[in-house]
Each structure stands twice: as C-alpha cells, then as structure tokens.
Design a protein around this ligand. Sequence first.
Ligand SMILES: C[S@@+](CC[C@H](N)C(=O)[O-])C[C@H]1O[C@@H](n2cnc3c(N)ncnc32)[C@H](O)[C@@H]1O
Length: 284
Amino acid sequence: MPVPPDDASKPGLLGDTAQRDYSRKLGLFMRFAEPELRAAIATLGLAPGMHVLDAGCGSGESLAWLAEAVGTGGRVVGVDLSYAHLAAARRQAPPQVQLLAGDLMTLVMPAASFDAIWSANTLHHFTDPLAALQRLSGWLQAGGRLVVGQTGFLPEMLFAWDMRLERAVVDAVRAHYRDKYGLDERRLAAVRANVGLLRQAGLADVQARTFTIERISPLDAAARDYVLEAQFRSTFGERLRPWLSAEDFAALQKLCDPDDPGFALDRPDFHYLQTFTVVSGRKS
Ligand SMILES: C[S@@+](CC[C@H](N)C(=O)[O-])C[C@H]1O[C@@H](n2cnc3c(N)ncnc32)[C@H](O)[C@@H]1O
C-alpha cells in the first residue's frame, strides 16, 4: 500500500484506525442495499471519461459501480484509512481502480483533480466534518459535484412487535454508542447536519434526496444475511445487555434468534425500512 496514514495509532471520532477491520459488515450492507446505492450514485451525474474519488471507500463495492459509470477512459480512486478495508476493496474492484491508504485529513493530492467525489457513511467519522468537507472540496474541479451519502442512525423494523420494546432498544443502541465513543447524542445524528455542513463548506446548489431501502418477508439471501448478522447479532447483540432490563433483553434475543419460533425474519409481517440520504453540492 503506497501512503501510510500519518498517525495510525490515533483513532478517529468513531474509533477508526489503519488497523481496524469491519469490512465484513460493510460488504453485507453493500450487497443488501446495492439497488438503492447505485441509484444514489447516479445523482453524481457521472459520464464516460470523468475522474472520480470515493472518499472512505471501505470494502469497495461502490468502486466497481463508479468505474462502470466513467468507463475505461475515466479514472476512479478509492481512499481509506483501514488496510483491511483496502485489501477487501482490492479483491473486488476492477484492476484499473487506484487505491490509496491514507487519512483523508492529511493525505496530499493535487488540487482540482476530480470531476466528482462520492463519500458514503464516512463524514460522521471525522472529528471535524466541516474541515473534512473543505479538504474534499479542494480536490474538486470548479463545477464538480461532491455527494455525501448517509444511512439513518437505525433502521425501522415495522413488523407488529412491541413498540415499547422497540423504543427501549433504540435508546439502548444510542446509549451503547454514547458510552463506547464518549459522544453526546448530537454527534450521533450525523445525517441531520449534512445540508448545513455542505453550505458552510462553500458548496453551491446544495440538494438532498433520500432513498428508501425497504424489504418485506420473505427476505432474499443478501437481506437476510445483513439483517441477521449486522443488525441482530452485532447491533442488537450482547452489547445491549447493560442497557436493557433482563426481560427486554431476553425478549429481543428471542426475536433475533433463528432457532426461536418467534424469529423476526421468519414472521409473515416482517417489514424493514432504512433510509439513505444523499446531500450534494457543486464547487463554484
Ligand atoms: C462506515 S465506513 C463506510 C465505507 C464505505 N464508504 C461504505 O459505504 O460502505 C467508513 C469508512 O471510512 C474510513 N475512514 C474513517 N476515517 C477515515 C479517515 N480519516 N481517512 C480515510 N478513511 C477514513 C473507515 O476506515 C471506513 O472504511
């Protein structure tokens, strides 16, 4: 990998380091939400021959979609802090995609190198998201678009379960993240700030659009894998025990257990809803 991060030992706001690896979880989401993410990428207005940056490319599924849009005459560059994420990206991105290991806050790249910049679920990982946007915007050509995509903090599970338990679970997840990263609630509500941040960063013609990722039972394999592994086992798993009553924790585990007769994903009323909001701006 070409450029090591300047300070790989210092974690970012949400704990990212060059050594951290959550590529499996990222890949599960990308495969699950591919149709909606591709539709979101279409808002970049890419055309053959363009140069595009994926800032915080993670496990890299989006790199292939960007490369498709700019064709063989275009250029796609993916940047990420995590070596493991970049290794996953290298395994699946087309060979012409260039990958750089580095911290976007310190990486040196020539000004105005890109026609478009895509950055998904990454802005809220920076301690100073405005400074990050200003850096990204410096790499855009005049007239180029910066598109920042962000999922809502937690998906909605609309099946007919206990709404009191649902509220308790949402509060428990927030309490877990507040405690884990020492953050207050406002820092966890990232998507709400993006329109203002892009305007503060001096971008013009700021627009917002929300894509709905909606699935009902029976789920296909990609949706089942994502919801079971990333939501039920990871987000709703053991980590929530300290934040829920013993009864609520036990009730949640039954809903999340594929061997339990009440397993949520096998219910005929299971209905999953998640948002992905893109906010874009043009460099004037
Ligand atoms: C939640 S993931 C999103 C990845 C990918 N864009 C996606 O949509 O799946 C955030 C990514 O940003 C990377 N990241 C966090 N802070 C970074 C920084 N300062 N410089 C470069 N990458 C960073 C992380 O390593 C991680 O891959």
